[in-house]
Structure formats: C-alpha cells, structure tokens
Design a protein around this ligand. Sequence first.
Ligand code: SUG
Length: 446
Amino acid sequence: MPKHAIEANFDGLVGPTHNYAGLSWGNVASKANVNAVANPREAALQGLAKMKHLADRGYVQGVLPPHERPHIPTLKALGYRGSDEQILAAVARDNPVLLSAVASASSMWTANAATVSASADTRDHRVHFTPANLNAKFHRSIEHVVTGRVLRSIFSDEAYFAHHPALPPVSQFGDEGAANHTRLCASHGEPGVELFVYGAVAFDDDAPGPKTFPARQTLEASQAIARLHGLDDRHAVFAQQNPAAIDAGVFHNDVIAVGNGNVLFYHEQAFLNEDRVLADISGRLKGAELEPVRVRESQVPLADAVASYLFNSQLLNTPDGMLLAVPAECRETPSVSHYLDELLASGGPITAVEVFDVKQSMRNGGGPACLRLRVVLRDDELKAMNHGVVLTDELYGHLTAWVQGHYRDRLSQEDLADPMLVQETRHALDELTGILGLGMIYDFQH
Ligand code: SUG
C-alpha cells in the first residue's frame, strides 16, 4: 500500500542585491537586460505573492533564504585584501564583472539549487538531496555551499533525509539541479520515474552537442546523481536535450518541458530522441499511463516558447485536473496565449491556467518554475522537517514587512560597489535567519 505524499514547493526568496548583470551567456533574457536598473523590493514581493497565492490554494509552500551577497569571502579567496570597503573599491575598479558575479542574487532560482529524489524511488527509502555545483557560471558556482547548509538545516533528521555534497566542480560534471530533472508517477506517494535531461556527454567528443551556447548539464553528472541517490534502472531515465534548442536559448530543460504525475508537457523540439524518451518513461511508469502533452512548432514557435517561458510553468495537481501556473508573458505572446486557450478547451489533463507576475525575475531568465524547488514528502517526512520555512499567513506578513523594511527599490550595476549594501544585506539576513528559524547559515554569522 503506497504511503500518502504531497509535493512541497520551496521558492527562493529574492535577495536584496537582485540586479541585471548579463552574466549568463546562453540565457537570452539575462543578456538582453544587462545594465537595466533592477527593483529588488518589487522582485521579492512578486515572488512572495506567488508563494502566498499557492499556499492559499492549499499547496505546501516553503521559503529558501537568499544568500549573502556581495560575497566578500569569495573575493578574499581570489586574493583581495583589506576592509570590506577597500575590497569592494578595488574589485569595482579592477573587474566590475567580478563584482557583479559575487553580488548576484541568483540563488533565488531554486530549481537550480539541488536535485531531490523522492523516498518512494530511492534504495534506502530516504529523500535524497544533492546541491547543484552550477559550475557553468562562476556567479552560480558559489551557491552550493550555503544551499547545502540550508537544506541540511531544514531536512535535518537523518532517519528520513540524506544529503550529498555537490559533484566535483568541473565542466565534465556540470550539474544544474532540478531544472533538468522531472519526476513522473501515478501519484506522489508511489514509486516514480525520474527523468534526467542532459545537454552533452562529457567523455565522448563525438557525441552531438550545441554549437553556439554551452550545455550546462552533462550525462555524467546526471548519472552520478542517480547513483548517489540510489535510483536503479527502474526509476531513472536519461535523455539528451535537443542541441538546437540549447542554441535557441533553452539553457535548462525546464525552459522547454515540465512534468507532473503522469503528464509530460513539452515542446516537440525538447528532446534529441523524443520517441525513445517517451518509450523509456512509459516502460518504467507503474500504475498509470504516461500522458504526453506535446506542443508543436506550428502551435508555439520555439522562439515564442523561450520569450514567454510557457514551459517554465508550475504544473500542479488540483481536485479536478492539473493547474498550469504560467508567467504573465504567456498572455502577452499571441501564439502562446492562443495555445493556452486551445489547451483549456481540449479536454486534456491540464484544466486550469493561472497567471503570475514575476517580471523582475523573468528579465534574468527565471520564470515561476525556476523560482521553486520541488520536494515530494510523505506525511511522516513532512512532519519531520523544520516548519519555520513553511509559508503561513503569519510568516507571509513577517516576510513582506521584512522586505519593505530592508530592500532598496532601485539597484544599478554602480550601486553594487556601495559598502552600505554589504551592511544592509548582512543586517537583513541576520534578522531573516531568526524569522525562519534556520540557525547560523551565513559566513558573516560565523
Ligand atoms: O542561471 N540567470 C539564471 C536563471 C536561472 C533560471 N533557472 C531555471 N531555468 N531553472 C541562470 O542563467 C542571470 C544573472 C544576471 O545576468 O544578472 C542568471 O544567473
């Protein structure tokens, strides 16, 4: 008899240094908005509004804290010396791009925080977590240490939860976490199939790969995660992303596909070998038939999928069908808006669409699904986790007041050199660890 389980979503709270630095080559929005002036306060409130709306609809909604930025310890590790003020002034003068990198609020995109495997799939029947090394981009490669601390602090009971360190920090093991991982199942509590999507095969020079933009996830990384999590062949499928899609700006699989339950919603250009992927999943899925919802290029051109982030939506169970939580850009893109109307009229498994405004994050290439990490939890596992991070009306009230009190409403690239920003951020984050009951997770607290 399978145990009852739910999917909890842990959204990254946008940090006080949210800015547009154009750091992600291959991510169209990041490059398009370089040097735009950001509004960190609005960004954090948009994210909180999404969380609150989903919590109000009855979903278990968690919050993951932002990381300490600018990260002075990284600059010290790179040889900068002196007071915080002296270090900031020196790096702003020598290498402003490096300053932007250590100031990025990119930990908000928690789909990249880690890969999480449900206990129904793993050999030891614990929930397994591996923070992503994110080593394709320097500004993201510094996230996994604090991510690991946060996850251990929330899921601390070793009887239920297993934590692994990030994979070796080299491109051959490039790992971008749950953005390239989707779980298909009959119901959350039953054993499922974990679909790992990779962009390239690192140890085979002749394997197909993208020509223009980097593949950020390798097969070798995906296989290592599956081994670490104790997923045997019945529970893991590896599929290569279509290299042409990466070259069109699909830098993670969650920009072109999303799965939930027995439904895989994807664009026809998502996979290199679509038939094989569907057959591999179908052959392993127990207790339900795979229901592909395939979007054709003639319905939504790939460029519109990338611009609107149609597939970077959250696909969620409701009592009568599935809800697709889409970014507002989907209703602003004619082909996508038309497609959504057709989808709702089609009588298929997706029966509702809701629109979320996360524009501040979207301008850096992060839609609703980028902002959340999914964790499937049985009732006893849910009980065992630290509940300080679960969004309630009270916590929402605390967090909105905290954002209003600490965040700026304007941040340019020049502002990143302001020593006051370091002080403001530390002060805010120190208070936040108290609000969330997380203990001392930040370097400046040690
Ligand atoms: O890693 N953007 C992020 C967006 C991550 C989206 N995540 C998922 N698809 N799951 C990235 O490319 C841009 C930062 C800047 O340019 O300032 C950035 O890091």
